[in-house]
Design a protein around this ligand. Structure first.
Ligand SMILES: [Zn+2]
Length: 829
């Protein structure tokens, strides 16, 4: 699964700064969770399901074939959450024999007709109704985020929203829609007969065997999964999708998108066959399943989910042609979910505690794909951003493999994903590429169609390398934190020795054993020393006839660490030029931006603005202090050039944004032209920049642009500019624009000016529609964001409305606002 946590973290930081809320962290707290006992094993699951769109119910029949795992047993417990159970029987040939059972709303405890021996199979038949919106956990409130089965706009009452069905199993929610043993260490083959309105297409695991039209306007699709997989990976999806057909070595590779996105589906998903080929090759395991399909679902509760052969993506995947001119913002997620088809689906974590054996690989696969497809800078950038995500998450005290936790959902965090991925990156460099991929192959082939934990990964690496790796696993998998290093460099001329002192300063007292490469530079030439640092303080001496131009600690920049170094600007500039990797360059740029009073740093940053990698051009721009007049003066020609013609749209957009702050009328033609750029980001930033120079000209452009669909920065800019006019004739266009934006940072940015516009208007109809739009924005936002959304809307709208005391229509409007958006605290009107 790919959660939207990284994306949300940015939003939440912004909101928290505004709302002054605080959050608590659960760390390694909570009870010990053992791996689920295997008393009975799933063997095969056959389902026959129909849907009631009015009630949002599923009518199901299930035939579950099982066998005792080893010891004999006369009973069976199935997970079946919130169902109406109509019948539980043993299937003997074509006959059914009722079985006694008890049901507590979550689990069925069934007494079998006799004691079954280990390995002896039997089939239980169940007739049931699944009611996903009514599931209660132990009598508490209804579940909102683990319904398993989701009916989207089931009665067709919401305009601009298709009717869809999709499921989300991870972690243990699929047992809301079929009775099973809902644990990751179970695997079963399956068949699903799905009856849906004939206008729908369907998607499930495995292959589509047949389709049969029924006389009542429905159709029954028969999906069959002939290889075993875990219950949480079962999937059903249905709706009026366009299906774009692609292939890999004769296997179907299909993209299910909403019909307007059919023309761009290949631009979004079209690298999938190449990814399958790449991953099959590096793993030495050919893509194991019969097909691979990807579907985009509305109102999806996560980022994306790697259901076996049937990945579901959230709506953000559906980018239009203009968005795609910036970059395919969803490609890493496409890679991530695909890699899960091996790490997660083919070999599955045996417990949620070990979820990193699924997620660290999926996370690291994003770096691997970038390295293969877009080069080392892109891969290093991905790797660095993921490491930063972990470091910013303040998860120092959480073990990677975490047996103690309060809620299993908490394990899907920056430790299991980002940190796990960086640990794999270090391991790859320590054992070498060929050993790394050979060990992954051994782990996959040894444990295929089974579950595994982090120890099986260690055994595979030990088998391949012939080395004991307990130290590495104890340090990184079964421990927490990361090294914080203070590194001091010096040169002693009389003895001709270069000295490196490495101090581990992490506060928890734990010391890391780290293999480190140290490169000593003279001019372009370097000599590499491989050392180990493992004590609180280690001192290393290296022969050097003269003072080195640079001593580069961690020469390949692979360590997961936070470090302080006493390097000079000259040394950093040398590092930028001669060490030269993405991180070597990034560190140099960062140091220079911290020393912007030094003319040498300024001169160097001019070089950095022309870096070959767009991410570093943007990093340099973002680090410059644009309040300083001398910086503006020195850099202006370069920024203007980047704004006008950098080949990367996002570099142009950043440059335009900066140039907008210069307040120079001579850039008005550039901004004006750029408001019509194919990139929403360039156009949106240009519109904001134009507004800062010439509000009338920007408003005139906005009035033209609002006629076309807009997304991202442009949608935000249009809301800002047109809302600022207070012109009610544009209310409908502003609201259409806002309503069409998916939940995103751009929409959060837009809600602010929309709220001000709505609060200022006297037209009660506009107020009502605006408030409805904001209320749906709030409802469509992720669960953990809704309180913050309320706070955000409240802060703006109530304040603005309070200024209009006794104004016309205020009473009715205020009552309506209160009915749709409850005040977070009393605002007193
Ligand atoms: Zn994942």
């Amino acid at each position: 699964m790919k959660k939207i946590s990284v994306f949300l973290a940015v939003i939440l930081l912004a909101i928290q700064a505004m709302a002054q809320t605080t959050s608590t962290d659960s760390l390694n707290a909570g009870p010990y969770h053992e791996t689920a006992s295997r008393i009975n094993d799933l063997v095969h699951t056959k389902l026959d399901v129909r849907f009631d769109f009015n009630k949002s119910w599923l009518y199901g029949k299930a035939w579950v074939t099982l066998k005792p795992h080893f010891y004999s047993t006369d009973s069976l417990t199935l997970d079946a959450k919130g169902m109406d159970i109509k019948k539980v029987a043993l299937q003997i040939g074509t006959a059914l024999k009722d079985l006694p059972y008890t049901y507590d709303g979550l689990q069925l405890h069934i007494t079998l007709d006799k004691t079954y021996k280990g390995g002896e199979t039997y089939t239980v038949y169940l007739d049931y109704i699944s009611k996903p919106n009514e599931v209660k956990v132990k009598g508490s409130a209804a579940i909102n985020d683990a319904k398993g089965l989701y009916f989207i706009n089931p009665k067709g009452e919401e305009k601009n929203k298709p009717t869809e069905i999709w499921t989300q199993g991870e972690t243990e929610a699929n047992s809301v829609w079929f009775p099973t043993i809902d644990k990751p260490n179970q695997k079963t083959t399956d068949e699903i007969f799905m009856t849906v309105p004939d206008k729908f297409v369907t998607l499930s695991n495995g292959k589509l065997v047949s389709q049969k039209k029924n006389t009542d306007g429905t159709r029954t699709d028969y999906w069959k999964m002939e290889l075993p997989h875990a219950p949480y990976l079962f999937f059903m999806g249905a709706g009026e999708f366009a299906v774009i057909r692609d292939s890999y070595k004769g296997k179907e590779v299909n993209y299910y998108v909403e019909k307007p996105y059919a023309p761009v589906a290949r631009k979004i998903f079209g690298n999938t066959p190449e990814m399958i080929a790449f991953y099959s090759k590096i793993l030495g395991v050919e893509y194991p399943w019969v097909k691979y399909s990807q579907m985009v679902g509305r109102d999806y509760v996560s980022g994306a989910m790697e259901n076996t052969t049937a990945t579901l993506h959230q709506e953000s995947a559906q980018q239009d042609a203009r968005e795609l001119t910036d970059a395919n913002g969803w490609e890493s997620t496409i890679a991530h979910e695909l890699f899960h088809q091996w790490f997660g689906d083919y070999v599955t974590t045996e417990s949620w505690s070990n979820i990193t054996v699924n997620e660290s690989f999926a996370n690291y696969s994003e770096t691997l794909w970038n390295e293969y497809k877009y080069g080392k800078d892109a891969a290093d950038d991905q790797n660095y951003q993921d490491m930063s995500g972990y470091l910013q998450s303040n998860s120092d005290q959480k073990d990677l493999v975490r047996f103690h936790y309060a809620d299993k959902e908490d394990l899907f965090d920056a430790v299991s994903y980002n940190k796990g991925g960086r640990i794999l990156h270090m391991l790859r460099h320590y054992v070498g590429d060929s050993a790394f991929f050979k060990a992954l192959n051994l782990y996959l082939t040894t444990n295929k169609f089974k579950s595994a934990e982090a120890q099986q990964l260690r055994l595979a690496f030990e088998e391949v390398t012939g080395r004991d790796l307990n130290w590495f696993w104890n340090e990184w998998y079964y421990g927490n934190g990361h090294p914080q290093l203070n590194i001091q460099y010096s040169y002693d001329a009389p003895t001709k020795k270069a000295r490196v002192i490495v101090e581990q300063t992490q506060s928890n007292g734990k010391l890391f054993k780290l293999p480190v490469a140290i490169d000593i530079y003279k001019g372009a030439g370097k000599k590499r020393y491989n050392i180990w640092t493992e004590n609180k303080t280690d001192t290393f001496y290296f022969d050097a006839a003269t003072k080195p131009d640079l001593i580069n600690f961690d020469g390949d920049k692979v360590l997961l660490t936070e470090k302080k170094e006493n390097k000079t600007l000259d040394e950093y500039i040398h590092q930028y030029k001669y060490a030269g990797s993405y991180l070597d360059r990034r560190e140099a740029i960062e140091f220079a931006t911290q020393n912007q009073d030094d003319p040498k740093a300024i001169a160097f940053l001019k070089t950095a603005l022309a870096d070959k990698f767009d991410g570093l051009r943007r990093f340099a721009m973002g680090g410059l202090d644009w309040k300083k007049e001398n910086i503006k003066k020195e850099m202006e020609p370069q920024i203007a050039a980047l704004a006008a013609r950098d080949p990367k749209k996002l570099v142009r957009a950043d440059a335009i944004n900066i140039l907008g702050g210069f307040g120079k009328p001579e850039y008005e033609p550039l901004f004006k032209a750029a408001t019509h750029d194919s990139s929403y980001t360039v156009a949106g930033n240009a519109l904001q920049a134009l507004y800062s120079l010439n509000p009338d000209a920007a408003t005139a452009e906005a009035k033209l642009l609002i006629a076309q669909p807009a997304k991202g920065s442009l949608a935000t800019a249009l809301t800002d500019v047109l809302s600022a006019t207070g012109d009610e004739t544009y209310a409908s266009a502003i609201l259409d624009n806002f309503e069409n934006m998916p939940f995103s940072q751009a929409k959060i940015d837009a809600v602010q000016s929309l709220a001000v516009f709505i609060a200022r208007t006297k037209n009660t109809d506009i107020v009502k529609r605006g408030v409805d739009a904001m209320a749906s924005f709030r409802d469509a936002s992720p669960q953990n964001f809704q309180k913050d959304a309320d706070q955000l809307i409240n802060d703006i709208i109530f304040k603005a409305i309070a200024k209009r005391k006794n104004a016309e229509g205020l009473k009715e409007q205020a009552a309506y606002i209160l009915s749709r958006i409850p005040p977070v605290e009393k605002k007193g009107f």
